[in-house]
Design a protein around this ligand. Sequence first.
Ligand code: FES
Length: 321
Amino acid sequence: MTLQTPNIAVRVVRIEQASPLIKRFTLQAADGGDLPAFGGGSHIIVQIPAASGLLYNAYSLLSSPFRLQQYQIAVRREEASRGGSAFMHEQLAVGDMLQISSPNNLFPLHATSGRQILIAGGIGITPFMSQLEELQANGAAFELHYAFRSREQAAFVDELSARCGAHCHLHDAARGEQCDVAGLLASLDMTDHVYVCGPQSLIEAVQQAGAEQGIPPARLHWEQFAASTQGGEAFTVVLARSGREIRVEAEQSILQAIEQDGSVAVDCLCREGVCGTCEVAIVQGEAEHRDQYLSEEEKAAQKSLLICVSRARASRLVLDL
Ligand code: FES
């Protein structure tokens, strides 16, 4: 059984241009009822009927966990889109139906008496939108640091500024404003937690500053989007139990190729190489590991791989499926 299979029918009731490259979609249950409850930082899987076939993309929920009549997601138009973001931007219209999964939360807030420091880069602002609702409802101490290339390109700036007031700190690179990650982490108290979502460079800056300052890893939390980890040479995956051969295209993950083939179901949850749900044993061949789940020792052992992000090192990889 595939976990998080999109099985909730929703209708698109509103589409807004949040920035030149980002659209916000508001979805309501087709039956008009409440949608499943979720916590701040949750995501859903959206089934996208792209021209290249069905795609399954994960999107953070932006809307309030306290208003379940609707969900909101934001989609950035990717230049190297396999058709998912292109479909969402150019073909999806108000009134259209979509299938989505129930929410799952791999980036939750952690209860603390201290401050919650949220650091977002670009589209990485999205999981914080629902977390902010929770923090404000709970009267929690928090700071939002939102870094972007330019105000014209960034989404939700005015909305966040109005919502969070002095808790919202904007870092506009076009005006020479950089987020001083090391300085931020140096100001932490013992009970403060830090959350970061955005490009790999921002996540690494937080990880590096945290390590240099001796901040316990349990107080640093990050969410990475999968887009940066996809792509490479095309190769063939062989399903050992049936002998079936499936071509994995250059801009496709093994998981996507297997889903499109449809001959076998696989479990998946995050689709970003962080949860470990899609781990599959390697029967023959070697993987190019791109996940954040397996240890370095496990990666070197070449016994398994996470098929949502990792690829083959050569032209052929035989999997225990
Ligand atoms: S689905 Fe989570 S690691 Fe692959």
